[in-house]
Design a protein around this ligand. Structure first.
Ligand code: HEC
Length: 285
């Protein structure tokens, strides 16, 4: 290839990569649907957090998931349901890693609706590991009547919420595989009650008026592993837990992706040598 040809090829690949990044961004924001808010237009973009599960090799931090579950259990679950998660999921590999016995004991502390019985009545019984977390309100309308807005179900909240990032950030995002807008948003909301005279003012909630009263304060949840008992720590832990709830197979998916990439590299090398061998007779090299 001539030097000019090389420069041209280089330019073409740079333009191609940028187009790819822009395309990925477009797909990304479209997929978020109504979870996407024009936050940066108002000048408050949730700060980016460092997560153990970031990047192609990242995975969940089991202790963080256990603490995050405690925050959800002690605080958020009074208002937010977690409909898609079953108690036994908490014992799955790649999750908080509770033992079967712990899950059984936890499930038994809940009252779950079952039935109908022989006389056609619904009844309550202690939960079993296969039950899903029962909702704190019988229906969203009942919660709305109390708060003025229904607390959203948390099963996929950490994936359903996002925000567009302006140029050129979204190009870098495509290369750095930034996918944690959801947990970043949750951390921001929990730390966003910054107007002491207006308890419903939130720096990061679209429109700034949130129906949720500030849920977390320093020292509110007792940790047993020595982690700091601060709002910042609680919010990061619960956001990590909610990310796991929204994508429980993340560890497995990333491990598989890594193996596929290794396979493709080895395969490409093999193909290269095969090609060289087959063509050696034709081209004389
Ligand atoms: C006292 C009830 C209550 C508690 C406790 C509570 N929330 Fe909320 N939460 C709400 C309500 C109500 C809304 C809906 C706010 C709105 O739409 O204005 C909400 C909304 C939210 C949102 C914004 C969702 C969106 O639509 O973008 C997040 C994030 C959130 N809660 C996280 C949490 C976390 C994490 C906890 C536990 C640490 C928690 N909440 C505890 C009542 C509560």
């Amino acid at each position: 290839m001539t030097p000019r040809g090389r420069i041209l090829a280089g330019l073409v690949s740079v333009v191609g990569l940028c187009a790819l990044a822009a395309g990925a961004h477009a797909v990304d924001t479209n997929a978020k649907g109504n979870g996407s808010y024009p936050l940066q237009a108002e000048g408050q973009m949730p700060p980016r957090q460092a997560w153990s599960f970031h990047g192609p090799l990242g995975g969940f931090d089991q202790e963080q998931l256990q603490r995050g579950f405690k925050v959800y259990h002690d605080v958020c679950s009074t208002c937010h349901s977690l409909n898609l998660v079953a108690f036994r999921d908490l014992a799955d590999a790649g999750g908080p890693g509770f033992s079967e016995a712990q899950v059984k004991a936890l499930a038994a502390t809940y009252q779950v609706e079952d039935g109908p019985n022989d006389s056609g009545q619904m009844f309550k019984r202690p939960g079993r590991p296969s039950d899903h977390f029962p909702p704190p309100f019988p229906n969203p309308e009942a919660a709305k009547a109390v708060f003025g807005a229904a607390p959203p179900d948390m099963s996929d909240l950490a994936k359903a919420r996002s925000f567009p990032r302006p140029f050129p950030l979204f190009i870098f995002d495509a290369f750095t595989e930034y996918q944690e807008q959801g947990p970043d948003y949750i951390v921001a909301i929990l730390n966003g009650f910054t107007h002491p005279d207006d308890p419903n003012w939130n720096e990061y909630f679209p429109g700034h008026h949130i129906a949720m009263p500030k849920p977390l304060n320093d020292g509110q949840v007792q940790y047993t592993d020595g982690a700091p008992q601060t709002v910042q720590q609680y919010s990061r832990d619960v956001a990590a837990f909610l990310y796991w709830a929204a994508e429980p197979k993340l560890d497995e998916r990333k491990a598989l992706g890594f193996r596929v990439v290794i396979f493709l590299i080895v395969f490409a090398v093999l193909l290269y040598f095969t090609k060289k061998r087959i063509w050696s007779g034709v081209t004389g090299h």
